[in-house]
Design a protein around this ligand. Structure first.
Ligand code: AMP
Length: 175
């Protein structure tokens, strides 16, 4: 099964992707994590990340393709974030989950997290890029009828419960 989880930075993608990976025994592929690893040897990537900017599509696509090569089942977290990335994917996702969280909650969560790229200015920039670049990806998958929107505002546990319900329904149809 190939699953994608989408949402703004701070929507809880990582946490819920880990939950999905555990219950469905899928490999968790985290684009942000791959890029943070890459940033240790690549100053340009580090600079983009520190500014809250998106890493150029050609770089992210190359890294992702290398990572998913020969893998048939995974939960992909944080990719695609642009339409160019979505159209460059070499596989059709079985299911795309969109974690929908309001901006106020996103800002609150990120300020608590204190990661190196979680400054107030960055948070605004990333949210702006999410609206401009990632919302079209969400609409793209909506049109393809593979998208399920999950209300990501409740507690982690309750969001996981909603996700589990969707996954159970989905696997029923799948069998
Ligand atoms: P995340 O851990 O998903 O919040 O991602 C952290 C940072 O990595 C983002 O703010 C971007 O700078 C970069 N990044 C992650 N995923 C992508 C992507 N698909 N395309 C471009 N940049 C990305």
């Amino acid at each position: 099964m190939r699953l994608i989880i989408l949402g703004a930075t701070g929507a809880g993608k990582g946490t819920q992707a880990r939950f999905i990976s555990r219950i469905l025994k899928l490999k968790h592929i985290e684009m942000g994590g791959l890029l943070r690893k890459e940033a240790r040897k690549n100053k340009l990537i580090k600079k983009f990340m520190a500014q809250g900017k998106l890493i150029p599509d050609n770089i992210t696509i190359r890294i992702l393709n290398k990572e998913i090569k020969n893998k048939k089942s995974f939960v992909l977290d944080g990719f695609p974030r642009t339409l160019v990335q979505a159209k460059a994917l070499r596989f059709k996702p079985d299911l795309v989950l969109f974690l929908n969280v309001g901006k106020d909650d996103i800002v609150k969560r990120l300020l608590l997290r204190k990661r190196f790229d979680d400054t107030k200015k960055n948070i605004e920039e990333r949210y702006h890029l999410y609206l401009k670049k990632t919302l079209p990806v969400i609409n793209y998958y909506k049109k393809k009828n593979v998208l399920v929107t999950i209300n990501g505002n409740p507690s982690i546990k309750n969001v996981s419960k909603s996700i589990k319900k969707v996954l159970m329904k989905f696997s029923k149809f799948d069998n």
